[in-house]
Design a binder for this molecule. Structure first.
Ligand SMILES: [Zn+2]
Length: 280
């Protein structure tokens, strides 16, 4: 897909699974299980889909997937599977290696988004993208240093400490145009200082929805995850984004949907729904 001066490609980094009840909170299982069938441990399949944006002499990656630092125990709990898709093989399709990435925009620092930013070698944590600058919202970075009791399990220091130590962290403070035609939409409901990445040339627009709208099932306004810190804020922010996306004919890109990379939406009498799937 091309938007303005950029070529955009989904980069699949693997699959994992989370508890369906946690992903849909108060929505009854009889409803969500039709959309996202659970396994025998009640977990639903989730993609770890990042986005490669190339152009303007930059090779930008939005989020990094869950990475490779997890133990066997976590691999089992989260059903992490990188046998079919992984970061290295997906980048190779575009003749790229991790060293070629110039910039990494992290929507937030939860382990399934920032885990791939670093890797472990000889008991040391190293940058997975040694030549990249990493962009994180200041407000979110501060939250990640002192998370709440509710979400502290979603942060792993080793995902971002090496970025700071290597002097590669750029804190972004509020609304920012990070590159020409690439800016951010701010969101606080899922976690304070979440930044959605928006690529637009004025004609075509794509938004990387991160955990504000994790999958196509979450387009339904009340379908929000139990992980969210401020659920009512998520609802407001989702409504605002969906309204803009509908009127602007925007493409919504999903990080976690197991089968759908991106869609355009429409408004129906039952709320917003998928109008068409968008392929790359
Ligand atoms: Zn998250």
């Amino acid at each position: 897909m091309k938007i303005g001066q950029y070529e955009l490609h989904p980069i699949d980094t693997g699959r994992f699974a989370l508890d369906g009840g946690a992903m849909f909170n108060i929505v009854p299982k009889s409803l969500w299980s039709k959309l996202n069938p659970p396994d025998d441990e009640n977990r639903i399949e989730m993609a770890l889909r990042t986005l490669l944006i190339m152009g303007n002499k930059r090779k930008i990656l939005v989020d990094t997937g869950i990475g490779t630092k997890f133990s066997e125990k976590y691999k089992k709990i989260y059903k992490i599977d990188q046998s079919k898709y992984n970061l290295a093989s997906s980048l190779k399709e575009y003749d790229l290696e991790t060293k070629d990435i110039t910039d990494v925009i992290l929507t937030h620092l939860h382990l399934d988004h920032a885990g791939g930013a670093t890797y472990k070698e000889d008991d040391k944590h190293k940058l997975a993208f040694p030549n990249a600058v990493y962009y994180v919202q200041k407000k979110h970075y501060e939250w990640a240093l002192e998370p709440s009791e509710k979400d502290k399990g979603s942060f792993i220091r080793e995902d971002f400490k090496p970025i700071v130590e290597e002097g590669k962290l750029r804190l972004v403070d509020g609304y920012t145009v990070i590159f020409p035609n690439i800016d951010v939409i701010l969101s606080d409901g899922h976690t304070p200082g979440l930044q959605l990445v928006k690529v637009s040339d004025g004609k075509d627009t794509l938004v990387y929805c991160s955990d504000l709208i994790s999958t196509t099932s979450h387009i339904r306004i009340p379908y929000i995850a139990g992980y969210d810190i401020y659920p009512l804020t998520t609802i407001e922010e989702k409504e605002k984004l969906l309204t803009r996306a509908c009127s602007g004919d925007w493409i919504l890109f999903f990080e976690h949907d197991p089968s759908t990379e991106a869609v355009k939406i429409k408004e129906t009498e039952n709320g917003y729904a998928v109008n068409e799937k968008v392929s790359f």
